[in-house]
Design a protein around this ligand. Structure first.
Ligand SMILES: [Zn+2]
Length: 314
């Protein structure tokens, strides 16, 4: 195990209760997005030092919180806890500015001619995609937190039209919050994307860092932590082909292909190997622990007997 909540030497972010009253709600055990059930425990804590078991799937290498909130509990959490606890200090305008600083639009510079309509799915105040307006794109936003979406709508972004399909759908830092990404991504592809449309998925990719840094990602609102391979594999199983990526967090797919199960399995195997290697690298003893093990391996000289316990060795 990499992160044990009973040990106190990790650098935790500010400690606070991520879900007050969680004991009144249900959690459940689930299989991985790849269908795998075998897993290794990598952590028992979130980055805020809340108890949270995180496992690494043996089949695809994806990390997931298991057990995790049921759909009903997650619904309650997002309605009543998430916004209050996580974004309490941010006004919609602040969130918009912070998002705009991380604009996704430059990633599309070389393919701006390939789409007209854009949907930002779950984009908060819409800052990450707002610069598409400057590129004369027809931009819409789907967001459940009305306090933030209202700000976007006042600034030229349209509300999502459930009857419309969009040339480009942006799902940025949403998939890690999904309870069932396979089902929910399929739903987005079926309902929101045009046939052969573009779909951008952005999410933290755990094999971009050493395993010792994974703790910084663990948060009660995240269920899945993908590896690059597991994400591409899962999307292949949904008929999505990778167009390009930025070697950070963003992956652009072309939807509408036939599900490629073989490609998915290949990616899953590679993802599992990489995660296993990353964990093994982290747990491999360093010089200090090697020297310590040598010290304890050497037989103790007789004149330096271990402290005696009188009743056992008088
Ligand atoms: Zn898996």
């Amino acid at each position: 195990m990499l992160f044990d909540i009973n040990k106190s030497h990790y650098k935790y972010r500010e400690e606070f209760d991520e879900f007050p009253g969680i004991e009144n709600h249900a959690v459940e055990y689930t299989t991985c997005v790849c269908g795998g059930n075998q897993a290794t425990v990598v952590s028992t804590t979130s980055r805020h030092r809340n108890f949270q078991p995180i496992v690494a799937c043996e089949t695809c290498g994806t990390l997931r919180a298991n057990p995790y909130l049921t759909a009903e509990t997650a619904d309650f959490y997002y309605r009543n806890v998430y916004g209050n606890v996580k974004r309490t200090d941010r006004s919609p305008e602040q969130l918009f500015r912070e998002q705009q600083a991380l604009s996704i639009v430059p990633f599309f510079d070389d393919i701006l001619g390939e789409f007209e309509t854009v949907l930002d799915y779950g984009g908060g105040a819409g800052g990450k995609t707002a610069d598409f307006l400057k590129a004369s794109k027809d931009l819409s936003l789907y967001e459940v937190e009305t306090r933030y979406s209202q700000y976007a709508f006042e600034n030229g972004i349209k509300p999502h039209d459930p009857s419309a399909r969009y040339d480009l759908v942006i799902v940025s830092h949403v998939i890690e919050h999904m309870i069932d990404p396979v089902h929910q991504m399929r739903d987005i592809i079926d309902r929101c994307c045009t046939k052969d449309g573009l779909l951008l998925v952005a999410t933290p990719i755990i094999d971009r860092q050493r395993a010792r840094q994974w703790l910084r990602h663990f948060h009660i609102s995240h269920k899945y932590y993908f590896t690059e391979d597991a994400l591409i594999g899962m999307m292949a199983s949904l008929g999505c082909r990778l167009v390009k990526q930025n070697n950070k967090d963003s992956f652009l797919f072309r939807v509408g292909g036939t599900p490629d199960i073989e490609a998915a399995q290949q990616h899953y195997r590679r993802g599992a190997e990489k995660t296993r290697a990353a964990i093994a690298r982290e747990l491999r003893p360093g010089w200090r622990s090697f020297l310590r093990s040598l010290k304890f391996w050497q037989p103790q000289p007789h004149n330096q007997a271990a402290p005696r316990t009188p009743e056992l060795s008088p």
